[in-house]
Design a protein around this ligand. Structure first.
Ligand code: NAD
Length: 370
């Protein structure tokens, strides 16, 4: 069978390698049972790469990421590297990959699975059945805008500067991703900004409106101030389908949405680039959580977010909807059966470690595919 799906796997630091091991079980299962073969390369990133190669993402790793059809990323960082200067930190590994591969659209689903409805910070009725998607612009805005820095003023006092800047092309390309997603889901896009107080917000609102009118008239478009959106997410989250925001607002709102779902250990994400002339699109898939140094090495990390990131990879990079749904259903069935890692533990359930959870998902895949 030809291995025509090239994956670069970058487990990273902390719990990254532990949860990635469980995804490898699923990949092996797919190889055996679904006749889907992946050509897999594994590389170093973050602190592990700093230690071995002197940089958090080497040119060679970047070249392999460019050549791959998709990158499956774990997580980076940890106390060992915390005292390094800003320009040497492991977290630069992921920033470099995002920037160099042009990964401008970060997709973060916030889905409340039925078995975990009690784990949410909100009342069950407010979140039961919640299924929304946040599309965050991820290569522009205030995290990259110039000028930036801390400078000393003539009076000897320091001043910190960051710049929120967006061109209309940057807004338009991420808006198209949001509209396109909404069209494939429930047909509603909520675009958030602060057009009342920010110039870049005024442009954001105008450009999203123009794209919607010209290219997606079938998608319902709603504009909302970001602060109101934060409040609405806490009071009536089920009104949303797809939420589109800048790097900064998308970052804040997606963490808020994460709290609605109960645990960081359950949340996957995808970051997509533009579709090239050859029809290919760079894409990187990673859990929302970090390297969780407090539990690394203990075998108790929840592997579901990493597994669900792999499901997103199957769907978005390879159009393998059926296989993606199979992985998602297997995870949900294992939870419904009462197994829980420590982070999502509830009374009356069975507490298990990372490996047992991974094995249970593979057993469930066997049952589903029988
Ligand atoms: P974190 O997400 O690593 O952990 C936050 C809390 O959630 C911890 O208590 C942790 O034990 C728990 N947690 C996270 N994932 C879990 C899982 N799969 N199963 C069970 N529990 C889980 O965030 P943090 O503590 O703020 O950051 C730790 C390190 O990770 C830092 O160095 C940070 O820079 C880095 N980080 C990396 C990424 C990334 O690689 N993209 C993202 C966020 C943070």
């Amino acid at each position: 069978m030809p291995a025509n799906k090239k994956l670069l796997v970058l487990p990273g630091d902390g719990i990254g390698p532990e949860v990635m091991r469980e995804v490898r079980r699923i990949i092996d299962w797919m190889d055996r049972r679904r006749s889907v073969s992946f050509e897999i390369e594994e590389g170093l990133v973050g602190g592990a790469a700093l230690d071995a190669e002197g940089t958090p993402c080497s040119d060679a790793t970047l070249a392999r990421a460019r050549a791959a059809d998709a990158v499956l990323f774990g997580s980076v960082g940890g106390p060992k590297w915390d005292s390094l200067p800003f320009d040497k930190r492991p977290e630069l590994g992921i920033l470099r990959l995002r920037k160099e591969l042009g990964l401008f659209a970060n997709l973060r689903p916030a889905v409340v699975l039925d078995p975990l409805v009690e784990a949410s910070s909100l009342k069950p009725d407010l979140v039961r059945g919640l299924d929304l998607m946040i599309v965050r612009e991820s290569t522009g805005g205030i995290y990259f805008g110039e000028p930036r820095g801390v400078e000393t003023m003539p009076n000897g006092k320091r001043r910190g500067i960051d710049t929120e800047v967006y061109t209309e092309d940057e807004i338009a390309r991420v808006a198209r991703v949001g509209f396109d997603l909404a069209r494939k889901r429930r047909g509603k896009l909520t675009s958030v900004e602060k057009a009342n107080v920010m110039q870049s917000g005024r442009l954001w609102r105008a450009v999203v409106g123009e794209i919607g009118k010209a290219e997606f008239p079938d998608v319902e478009l709603e504009h909302m101030y970001a602060d109101n959106c934060a409040m609405q997410l806490c009071s009536r989250p089920k009104q949303f389908d797809v939420i589109l925001g800048s790097n900064l607002f998308g970052d804040l709102l997606s963490d808020l949405a994460a709290a609605l779902t109960g645990s960081l250990g359950m949340l996957p994400s995808a970051t997509l680039g533009a579709i090239g002339a050859d029809g290919r699109r760079h894409a990187l898939y990673e859990p929302v959580h970090g390297s969780a140094p407090d539990i690394a090495g203990k075998g108790i990390a929840n592997p579901c977010a990493q597994m669900l990131s792999f499901a997103m990879l199957l769907r978005w990079s390879f159009g393998m909807e059926e296989d993606a749904a199979l992985v998602e259903t297997a995870v949900q069935s294992v939870l419904a059966g009462g197994l829980r890692t420590a982070d999502i533990m509830q009374a009356g359930m069975a507490r298990v470690g990372t490996g047992v959870m991974g094995e249970a998902v593979v057993r469930e895949l066997d049952k589903l595919a029988a």
